[in-house]
Design a protein around this ligand. Structure first.
Ligand code: CTP
Length: 143
């Protein structure tokens, strides 16, 4: 049993075109918090995706991405956010922020600092090798 058993975990992302890497991420977070814990996915709203990932258009709109994610047994809830930061988590009760190794932007660094000052843990999980939404789009383009 992990040290985080029974805790509430959150993680951030766009999660357009769900793929194995996403499923693995959710599975690993569920493994950390166990069945008595909660897994909340902070899901970026459509308006902000274009702004923060220029040139990246999501295939599915927010409502659809939310529905797909909330279908998964590993996830309890998908919660909208606009920009990564303290404002996004202000109304979310959580114990644990789970991130990927690529989450090194100033916004994430500021949020990590806030977490450490407010009794929240930050856990970095490795990415699943060989798959990404970008890669998936490239592969589909080639068919
Ligand atoms: N993730 C992962 N393994 C992968 C791809 C993503 O663990 N192969 C994790 C990331 O570390 C992040 C979350 O999934 O915590 C959301 O990542 P997201 O940016 O939505 O997925 P990508 O597939 O990386 O999307 P893109 O190619 O558009 O950057």
């Amino acid at each position: 049993m992990s040290n985080y058993n029974g805790k509430i975990a959150i993680t951030f992302g766009v999660f357009d075109l769900l793929h194995f890497g996403h499923f693995e991420l959710f599975r690993r977070i569920r493994e950390l918090v166990g069945e008595s814990g909660k897994v909340y996915v902070m899901l970026q709203i459509d308006e902000m995706i274009a702004k923060y990932k220029p040139g990246c258009k999501s295939v599915y709109d927010f409502a659809t991405r939310q529905k797909m994610i909330e279908t998964l047994r590993t996830v309890d809830k998908a919660i909208p956010y606009d920009v990564v930061g303290v404002d996004a988590v202000n109304n979310v009760d959580f114990d644990l922020l789970v991130v990927g190794p690529e989450h090194t932007s100033e916004r994430f660094l500021r949020l990590f600092k806030w977490c450490s000052e407010n009794g929240k843990e930050v856990v970095t999980l490795p990415r699943t090798e060989g798959i990404s939404t970008t890669k998936l789009k490239e592969i589909i383009k080639g068919f």
